[in-house]
Design a protein around this ligand. Structure first.
Ligand code: URA
Length: 488
């Protein structure tokens, strides 16, 4: 029988560090119930509770121990779950790893307690990261040197998500120098490089600046009294975040007057068309500040149908929501609805959809088992005579619409996402990639999710040479097969 082993990890959420330890433990055949993990600087509660002395912590050097084959779904699950604040996460993931050797399909069993717990943690972490993306507010700080302005934001995440979420801010605010300070850790962007440092207290961050007025004007303009649901607002925007939001000072007053108006108005009163138009026209190019966060695909679809986040809502007939099961293992993301989709309100039902349907069938994928959506939900086009000519969505359209795509991804949580073409790849990965360079590779996005980039099916319709079309179509089917095998 093996001796109890103590493992001390230096980092809160470092997959590589945890994996080295886990591989070493597997190589030494240490069963999960003989291991106690703890963070450096914390006490070994387990040994103290059992009234025994903690053995000298065992260390495993980089790369020690053979690597074990794990299902593709394990690394993204572990990467996310490790960011959870619950200290049991290290041991839970080691137990899963240990069990996976004899139970290779364990992760398919969502009712298993360990699987369920790991998925619950991963989900909480993803949700926390979404909150950070929506609720971080930068404040301008004075800079004595001639490097120009800099910005600081204070945020209190639930979990250890700063390192996994900071790349999002580096992309979105690439041209600014900023720091995000949290109690555990801080992230810094100098315009070209991300770095991380210690946490700090709220007092170290500036409290207000002129940017706040901008936020307040914006918030007042998008506040929709007809949709006021205070409880849902609180659930979505917990009070601890309100303190950091410049617009929060408006909330009590806007809420009070809206509630008075609701009491006075007959049920079902809707804002007038002119009010709706004015709100759309006033909407600046910013992250959403507050809205009821949809918790189901139906709720997302309902909200997408009313989306006014960019001007495409004034051009297209309707927004086209995604379709497919909420527990789909495979998600396909297209560019934007085409002419036919715009009229019918369903994705991929036109010529590109026919090509896609055939390729799906040939690669053994059932269309109705897949969640099918688009990077941009409205049809961008210009009218020439009687024709509506497709126009590629601009980067701003993709960025605005990522709000919806990210929500769809969070709810469906597919094992594999296939990005069809460059627009979809940008939306899914959050950065521009060359499709020809990354095509058919298994890529991990910022959150460790598996992504495969391939061509858009409409590309096959544009190829003049039959030979090229045949070759490209074959490659497309191969890419889909690869995705299907990862999603199984
Ligand atoms: N092209 C897309 O990218 N999506 C559709 O839904 C239709 C055509």
């Amino acid at each position: 029988m093996s001796q109890p082993v103590s493992i001390v990890l230096n980092n809160a959420a470092d997959y590589v560090e945890w994996r080295h330890a886990a591989r070493g433990l597997l190589a030494d055949h240490v069963p999960p119930d003989q291991v106690a993990f703890r963070r450096a600087g914390t006490t070994a509660d387990l040994f103290a509770a059992a009234g025994v002395a903690e053995p000298a912590p065992r260390t495993y050097d980089t790369g020690q121990g053979p690597s074990h084959r794990v299902p593709r779904a394990f690394p993204p699950l572990a990467i996310a779950a490790l960011c959870h604040r619950d200290d049991s996460r290290f041991a839970l993931l080691y137990r899963l790893l240990w069990r996976l050797r004899d139970e290779p399909h364990l992760l398919d069993d969502a009712s298993d307690r360990d699987v369920w717990n790991a998925q619950r943690m991963a989900k909480a972490v993803r949700r926390d990261a979404h909150k950070m993306k929506a609720f971080v507010r930068f404040r301008r700080v004075e800079h004595g040197d001639d490097d120009g302005e800099a910005f600081v934001a204070w945020f209190e995440p639930e979990h250890h998500i700063v390192e996994r979420t900071a790349p999002f801010f580096a992309r979105r605010f690439a041209g600014m120098r900023w720091s995000i300070v949290t109690p555990d850790c801080s992230a810094h962007w100098n315009g070209s490089e991300l770095s991380f440092g210690d946490g700090a207290s709220r007092e170290t961050c500036p409290d207000s600046d002129a940017l706040e007025d901008h936020w307040r004007v914006y918030y007042a303009s998008i506040f929709n009294p007809a949709r006021l649901k205070v409880n849902a607002m609180r659930a979505e925007m917990p009070v601890k975040y309100w303190r950091n939001l410049p617009e929060s000072r408006l909330i009590p007053e806007l809420t009070r007057s809206a509630q008075q108006a609701q009491r006075a108005a007959p049920a079902g009163t809707a804002p007038s068309r002119s009010t709706a138009r004015r709100l759309v026209a006033n909407q600046p190019d910013m992250l959403p500040v507050s809205d009821e966060r949809p918790q189901t695909l139906e709720a997302i679809h309902h909200q997408v149908s009313r989306c006014t986040r960019c001007e495409l809502c004034t051009v297209a007939t309707r927004a086209v929501p995604g379709e497919g099961p909420a527990d789909a293992r495979l998600m396909l993301v297209g560019e934007q609805p085409g002419d036919k989709e715009d009229l019918a309100g369903r994705p991929f039902i036109g010529p590109a959809g026919e090509v896609l349907n055939e390729a799906l069938a040939e690669s053994g994928i059932q269309r109705d088992a897949v969640y099918l959506t688009n990077a941009v939900k409205h049809f961008r086009h210009v009218v020439r005579g009687k024709q509506r000519i497709h126009q590629r969505p601009a980067v701003g359209h993709i960025e605005h619409c990522r709000w919806w795509l990210d929500l769809e991804r969070e709810i469906v949580a597919p094992r594999v996402i296939v990005a069809l073409g460059a627009t979809a790849a940008r939306a899914v990965l959050g950065r521009a990639v060359s499709v020809s360079e990354v095509r058919g590779q298994v890529i991990a996005d910022d959150s460790g999710n598996v992504v495969i980039v391939t061509i858009h099916p409409a590309y096959l319709l544009r190829l003049a040479s039959e030979n090229d079309a045949r070759t490209e179509r074959g490659r497309f089917v191969e890419d889909l097969r690869l995705a299907a095998s990862g999603a199984r």
